[in-house]
Design a protein around this ligand. Structure first.
Ligand code: FAD
Ligand code: E1W
Length: 454
């Protein structure tokens, strides 16, 4: 049997993963990446950006055999460390009962390097400095452009677009058939800063095994650990509007004043604050919704190219990895019906992409505001008690999203049902201790079916 050709656009996190998975399944994979090879120049010496890898992403990496290599480079985060404004106190809220329920801080550059190596080792051919310029789906060709502006045309009967939120393949598809694109800007942006490593005797200036959050109501800072002892700090803030917003912080001095008032403990650990603030751009945040992800068997979008989301659940990459892990076996099973596979992929994944998009937006509000809200704290306390007493019937939504493979749309729906029940159980109580737990468990079991077995 002739090997099937697949052309992947984008060699980022999701592109390199799908290239690896398809090469391992006998497809002849060619990848075109707009940027130069990060293994030659770029990430080395560049600033470290990290992201949180959770169970879904890890599970997809297991399918390639890469999971252990990735974990060997990662820093374990056991919970979120919440930094209060006043007193400068902080407390660790564990994500799980033990180290089987943790998330991992991984370097974006390190992960990309590892996965590019894996894709090539599996047989994929990667062309760097080759950005997609246009595609002719009827002719089955694609036009690529290098950084000097030189164009070349290649055969590409089956295209998989993993070229990120600003996808060029999506634009080319849209020109052929409208995809029903809707982009909802959040109205908040982000700025990346750094806490450098301390002395070799104590490289981490704050708790290394945690995701740090400074919630300030309306905005917040987070920090994720890097292996060398540094932390990547990200400030999330409204773009415009009353102070503080990016509009009211025209320069590093204004920003430093905000940090002195609101994040003094973090500022003390950032000697290069002004230089970082001036050098790094404000990133934009938006959710991308499409009605369709594919054009017959000619082209399919996956990862951020199909469903970019806001980062507040730390699931963008995890969801894109889950896309790749689901697509590869479908293609392997039906290599002669690519159009059918693409349609089936969209049918299965779109409700899940919509669900994590919604949950990611909700989590921003929860992170920045409600961690200090007493009603929210009561709900969480009762939720934990029910999860302890009736684990087959109650699981906090964060855990379903972060530590299981339950479909995102299930997590959203089950979370809603659990939330309704908790509100009902708390009605008339100002304290969780007033709720009769035996009655609550009985109501829970009578109201909701058990969760799917793990
Ligand atoms: P990308 O990573 O954007 O890769 C796209 C690739 O395509 C790039 O290499 C690009 O150069 C290339 N490309 C672009 N245009 C072309 C073209 N015309 N031709 C060829 N190639 C092209 N997710 C998590 O799971 N956990 C987190 O903790 C997390 N934190 C985040 C924090 C922030 C501030 C942000 C903004 C996002 C975060 N995410 C996180 C989301 C995550 O970054 C994305 O979901 C993920 O990078 C998507 O991967 P991708 O491969 O689809 O796209
Ligand atoms: C995670 C950028 C980012 C990445 C994340 C998370 C958050 C807040 C942000 C969500 C979370 C891991 N979260 N953490 N603690 N509670 N919710 O779990 O990735 Cl802002």
């Amino acid at each position: 049997m002739a090997r099937k050709d697949i052309t992947v656009i984008g060699a980022g996190l999701v592109g390199s993963l799908i290239a690896t998975l398809l090469s391992q399944r006998g497809f002849r994979v060619t990848v075109f990446e707009k940027r130069s090879d990060p293994r030659r120049a770029g990430f080395l010496g560049g600033r470290s950006i990290n992201l949180a890898l959770a169970e879904r992403g890890l599970n997809a990496l297991r399918a390639t055999g890469l999971a252990d290599d990735v974990l060997a480079q990662a820093v374990m985060m056991r919970g979120r460390m919440v930094h209060d404004r006043d007193a400068g106190t902080s407390s660790l809220h564990r994500y799980g009962v033990d180290d089987s329920e943790v998330i991992w801080s991984v370097s974006r550059g390190g992960l990309n390097t590892l996965m590019l190596d894996a894709a090539e080792a599996a047989g994929a051919t990667i062309h760097f400095d080759q950005g997609l310029a246009s595609a002719d789906f009827a002719a089955g060709t694609a036009t690529l452009c290098d950084s000097a502006g030189v164009l070349r045309q290649v055969e590409a009967a089956t295209l998989v677009g993993a070229d990120g939120a600003g996808s060029a393949l999506r634009a080319a598809m849209h020109a052929h058939t409208p995809l029903g694109e809707r982009i909802e800007e959040l109205g908040h942006g982000y700025k990346e800063l750094e806490i450098p490593p301390g002395p070799a005797s104590q490289p981490f200036a704050i708790e290394p095994n945690a995701l740090h959050i400074w919630p300030r109501g309306g905005y917040m800072c987070i920090a994720l650990p890097n292996r060398e002892g540094s932390f990547t700090v990200t400030l999330f803030l409204p773009n415009t509007g009353p102070h503080p917003s990016f509009a009211t912080l025209p320069d590093a001095h204004g920003a430093e004043a905000l940090f002195r008032d609101e994040f003094p403990d973090a500022l003390k650990l950032m000697p290069d604050f002004n230089a970082d603030w001036s050098a790094h751009p404000v990133g934009t945040l938006a959710t991308l919704y499409l009605d369709r992800w594919h054009i017959g068997g000619n082209a399919l979008l996956i990862g951020d190219a199909a469903h970019a989301i806001v980062p507040f659940h730390g699931q963008g990459m995890n969801c894109g990895f889950e896309d790749a892990a689901e697509l590869a076996p479908l293609l392997e099973a039906e290599p002669d019906d690519i159009a059918g596979v693409f349609a089936e992929f969209q049918r299965r994944r779109k409700p899940n992409a919509d669900a994590i998009a919604a949950m990611a937006l909700e989590n921003y509000i929860e992170m920045r505001d409600s961690v200090a809200d007493p009603h929210y704290l009561r709900k969480r306390e009762l939720g934990s008690l029910l999860a302890e007493r009736a684990p087959a019937h109650y699981m906090p939504r964060y855990r379903m999203v972060t530590f299981t493979h339950l479909p995102y749309h299930y997590a959203l729906e089950r979370g809603r049902a659990q939330d309704t029940l908790i509100e009902q159980l708390l009605k008339g109580h100002t304290d969780v201790s007033g709720v009769n737990l035996d009655d609550a468990v009985a109501t829970l079991k009578a109201t909701l079916p058990p969760l799917p077995a793990r």
